[in-house]
Design a protein around this ligand. Structure first.
Ligand code: PEP
Ligand code: MG
Length: 315
């Protein structure tokens, strides 16, 4: 079974039969940069930029942003860095961009919706990312959070490309976006599934509420079905589809996500070795079989149990 055992401990992610699954790290704060850059990965799959904006009265200027991005791009020279533009609102309120009187902030003006109402915020950020990218050797991609409809993705892509950023993506975190992933893929170069928010919105369960953890379990078959539809739509358009939410950190679930057609996984650096090792124990076809078991299960616990049993406790 462990056909590529030697290759399992380092290097690019591969299934046992050599199908590539790009393994990348999530990055959210400057103090994480050294460990993230040192990790054996093919780059940053999710660079959360909110740290620059939080706990301050006004937005950071172009120069401050440029310097912050430059440090990350230099640390990842020769590798890919997927920058997520500002995801303000809901659990990340900003005094200069978030309305204080929203009755349901998670359903309010957040993510890319904020950028539409404060266009200067997004333009300053895209310009700073583009400038920093030009002076460093990283392969810089940008993506927008909380895209709901294809028109939002199209407008974002046009603005990013106007700033000289050629590779533009949309996060799939809203069920409507997953259901229209094909139309998103027509206007974007790649898609990235945020399973934290996608679970929150699919199950109408606040991701901050520990008491709803069962509904937010990334093994929920309905969530996996949204992942499957997104991955299939991406493949039909020749677009990569990653997962950058917490689901990507679970080695057994990584097999299922691969079987569903996901082409990259991005997680905390410490999680990657176990994910890499798990992938190397199974062929793509075996991953597809495991994915089928998970999709057919009635609930998250049954899905995990079915896949764990079929995997024979080797992952
Ligand atoms: C997600 O929603 O899964 C995601 C990756 O973004 P964040 O956790 O930053 O909202
Ligand atoms: Mg999110």
């Amino acid at each position: 079974r462990r056909r590529h055992a030697a290759a399992a401990s380092s290097g690019p992610g591969r299934t046992a039969d050599g199908h590539p699954v790009r393994l990348m790290v999530n990055l959210g704060a400057p103090h994480e940069l050294a460990a993230a850059a040192k990790a054996d990965s093919e780059g940053v799959g999710l660079f959360r930029t909110e740290f620059l904006y939080l706990d301050r009265a006004s937005a950071p200027g172009a120069e401050e942003q440029r310097e912050a991005y430059r440090q990350v791009f230099e640390a990842f020279a020769g590798r890919r860095v997927v920058v997520r533009t500002l995801d303000a609102g809901a659990d990340k309120p900003l005094p200069f961009a978030t309305a204080a009187d929203e009755p349901n902030p998670a359903l309010g003006v957040r993510g890319l919706r904020t950028a539409v109402r404060h266009p200067g915020l997004l333009d300053t950020q895209l310009a700073a990312v583009a400038e920093a990218a030009r002076s460093t050797g990283a392969d810089v991609w940008v993506m927008a959070p909380m895209v709901s409809v294809p028109a939002e993705a199209r407008a974002f892509a046009e603005r990013a490309r106007a700033h000289g950023l050629p590779t533009v993506g949309a996060m799939v975190e809203v069920p409507a976006a997953a259901l229209r992933a094909g139309q998103l893929a027509e206007v974007c170069d790649f898609l990235s599934i945020g399973t934290n928010d996608l679970a929150q919105y699919a199950f109408a369960a606040d991701r901050m509420l520990g008491s709803l953890a069962e509904l937010l379990d990334p093994w929920q078959p309905a969530l996996l079905e949204l992942v499957r539809q997104t991955a299939e739509a991406g493949a039909a358009h020749g677009r990569p589809v990653g997962v950058c939410g917490e689901a990507a950190a679970d080695p057994l679930l990584a097999l299922v996500l691969t079987g569903l057609g996901v082409t990259s996984l991005s997680a905390a650096p410490g999680c990657l070795p176990a994910v890499r090792a798990a992938l190397a124990t199974r062929t793509l076809e075996e991953c597809r079989t495991l994915a089928g078991l998970a999709l057919a299960a009635p609930d998250a616990v049954a899905a995990r149990t079915a896949v764990a049993e079929a995997a024979g406790g080797t992952v």
